[in-house]
Design a protein around this ligand. Sequence first.
Ligand SMILES: [Zn+2]
Length: 321
Amino acid sequence: MSESVDSPALPDYAPLPESALGPALNEDGYHVGRVERNLFWVTDSVYVAAFLATPEGVMLFDAPPTIGHNLQRAIDEIAEAEGTPNTVTHLVYSHHHADHAGAADLFPDATLIGHEETRRLLLRDDDPTRPAPEVTFADSLTLEIGGERADLAFHGPNHTPDNIFIHFPGHDALMLIDIVNPGWVPIFNTNLSEDMPGYIDAPAQALALPWTHLIAGHLGRLGTRADVELHQAYIADIVAASYAALGSVDPTQYFVKYGPNAWGWVNGYLTEVTTTATRPVVEKYTGVLAAADIEALTYSTTFMLMQSLRLDKGVGSQVHP
Ligand SMILES: [Zn+2]
């Protein structure tokens, strides 16, 4: 490139709070740690999966492709240390998304387990890296392998129409993926979630269960109940700010300016509503939740929650006289 070409300066972001980061990775690029007893978690600092190492084989929960072959390396490491088999006999899908399931084909001999909607969606998506589960359930399913137990439960759509709660009653742990990012704000659009009322309610459903350790699917550490409560506060603040902005932002100037261009005034008005609601939340959570200062993230989450207030809750809806 010639010196005359200016590359635009990339923005600087706020320093990450200490609570954002987890343990260092090994030279293969993963960290595997004990949750409790023979339940382990494995991360590449962005994605998290889990496995139970039992005398009858390994039960794996999710297979993120970014961790990929490091899943088996982590399992081998633990199997050797614990004197348990390293064969993955069962693989449970938390939900159908490729970023958490796209290394499932690395375990061709495992029995695949998931919600019945996961099966439908994976048959639809027809991705060879994510074979559809053979063992499915509608409401709940208790798995007992090698004397260890995992309770799978479906509480309705939230992040996706098939996202399940995986409770380990013997390990004081819950796995709930793509709802709360411990220490961090959700990525764009409430973690790219589909059902806003379900997404808002899921943390309370999680807290209703007994557990100490949360396997949340993202970033580099386990979560705590305090992480879930902080996430709830962030979402509640966005909902409250959106509610207030829907009541306070005056759309008149956009009607006057754009007249018959309906999408022109809709864009102007809803952009102002979203910006008004986003600003105080960004300010409050910068330094508290990592990446809260990346305004586009909170903005897009606010947009989703504000639309849900309008469309699911009917806020601001007016009947023509
Ligand atoms: Zn997902």
